[in-house]
Write a protein that binds this ligand. Structure first.
Ligand SMILES: [Zn+2]
Length: 452
């Protein structure tokens, strides 16, 4: 073993030792984001992160566009300041949790049976902790990354991101100066699978694309009147009809390039035949052949649009003059025009549409040095790793950072314990992460930083 190698091992073990504690302590700070200002905000967590970064000599910048809605950004100097910078982003806020539903208190950060438990363990205080651990270790050891690395721990991802990533991009872009690529949530986790010949492998979806977020407010306007009369111009009826049509609509399969790449690479990794040309003919059979990958592919074969909120009327015998409904729309990359034309057709002439949030789809190439560094880091730590490009059904802050021209990748590396239903953990009850997965993530991130 070379001295360099043993130093690297020692460094990994130190970051690996503190990552679970960092994750647990971050979970212990309630940063619930209900989508309004009723929550505690991210300030306490941001102060915690800033302190951990300052301890190792960084000068974190706190950004607080609204009271207690705080993000932290810091820049690590790279060996070559002439090169483009890399952004690592993760969000400090979490969705709310109801303690009565949980085995442990969701904001306890309890460590039990080799897992860190609590809201955010998976989404995504795990990545915040891994990033902190790796950065702290590298700075303690004066191991510079090859180029500048900006780390951003942001507020408000679980709502629109306007008070977090969106604010940084719109109002504080100088903090992200020179960043050409970004990594964050939406990929990097392991999916256990077996090849057709029986060999066990682990697929690692690496996020390259995301469906767009189109949160829509639909309004029908009619003539207000008495509930006992015959009434031809009822806003409630009109809105309900529009929402029913939208909710029942069967969106056709549209095979976008990132989804084609994902299906092709996954089939190749699994050693199964997949005929993309006839996929739409019998999508269920095609997805069955992909085993555990099917659940990742199915939501990104089509647009989706689900009515979620209704708001109309104030008294049972009064017909209101207007009715409002909200639709959570998710839009495939490259098909925005078709999506909105269809929404307008389904809504009908009398219904108007506004955006509550409009974040267009993003699509980054599955090639280049960053992707090569991701693949190499995974392969070095997991010989059974098969990285595949991946399109997210939902979305994350990568979309906001892409507005500054960054190629946004979903890469929060985790080799997960077998048997854990990882996707059910997102916003789920008894959210938890195994400590070995965190340690794996630390080692992969450290290798990735060295190679990127
Ligand atoms: Zn998240």
């Amino acid at each position: 073993m070379t001295s360099q190698h043993s130093a690297a091992l020692a460094s990994a073990s130190s970051a690996e030792q503190e990552v679970a504690r960092l994750c647990s302590e971050l979970i212990g700070i309630d940063t619930s984001n209900a989508g309004d200002d009723s929550g505690p905000g991210e300030r306490v967590a941001a102060e915690y992160v800033a302190e951990k970064l300052a301890e190792v000599g960084l000068e974190p910048v706190m950004v607080e566009p609204a009271p207690r809605r705080t993000s932290v950004v810091a820049r690590l100097e790279g060996a070559d300041p002439g090169r483009d910078a890399l952004l690592i982003h993760c969000h400090l806020d979490v969705v709310p949790a109801v303690p009565a539903d949980w085995t442990v208190h969701p904001f306890s950060g309890e460590v039990r049976d080799g897992f860190v438990w609590g809201r955010g363990a998976v989404d995504m205080k795990n990545m915040c902790a891994m990033t902190l651990a790796v950065v702290r270790q590298r700075l303690r050891e004066r191991r510079k990354p090859p180029r500048d690395v900006v780390v951003a721990f942001v507020a408000d991802e679980e709502h629109t991101g306007a008070l977090g990533a969106g604010h940084l991009v719109d109002r504080r872009p100088e903090l992200l100066d020179g960043c050409a690529e970004a990594i964050g949530e939406g990929g990097g986790f392991s999916v256990p699978a077996a090849r057709a010949d029986g060999a066990p492998i682990r697929l690692y979806p690496v996020g390259t694309a995301q469906r767009g977020t189109a949160w829509l407010k639909l309004t029908a306007r009619g003539t207000a009147g008495h509930g006992s009369r015959r009434h031809r111009d009822n806003a409630v009826t009109q809105l309900a009809t529009a929402l029913a049509r939208i909710g029942a609509h069967e969106w056709p399969i549209q095979l976008t390039q990132p989804v084609r790449d994902f299906l092709r690479e996954s089939a190749s990794a699994l050693g199964v035949e997949l005929d993309l040309a006839s996929l739409a003919d019998d999508v269920d059979a095609a997805l069955r052949a992909l085993g555990p990958v099917a659940a990742l592919a199915e939501p990104v074969l089509r647009h989706s649009a689900n009515p979620t909120i209704l708001d109309a009327g104030y008294k049972i015998n009064v017909i209101p003059g207007a009715a409002t409904g909200y639709v959570d729309g998710r839009v495939l990359p490259g098909y925005q025009r078709e999506f909105f034309a269809e929404i307008d057709r389904l809504s009908g002439a009398g219904v108007t549409r506004e955006f509550v949030s409009d974040q267009p789809p993003v699509n980054a190439p599955y090639s280049g040095p960053v992707v090569a560094a991701i693949r190499a880091a995974l392969a070095a730590e997991d010989p059974a790793a098969r990285p595949v490009p991946f399109c997210s059904a939902g979305g994350n802050d990568g979309k906001a950072f892409a507005r500054l021209g960054m190629a946004a990748y979903g890469f929060a590396p985790l080799r997960l314990a077998p048997g854990l239903n990882y996707s059910a953990m997102f916003h789920g009850v008894d959210e938890r992460i195994d400590i070995d997965a965190l340690r794996f993530g630390v080692r992969v991130l450290d290798r990735f930083l060295t190679a990127s």
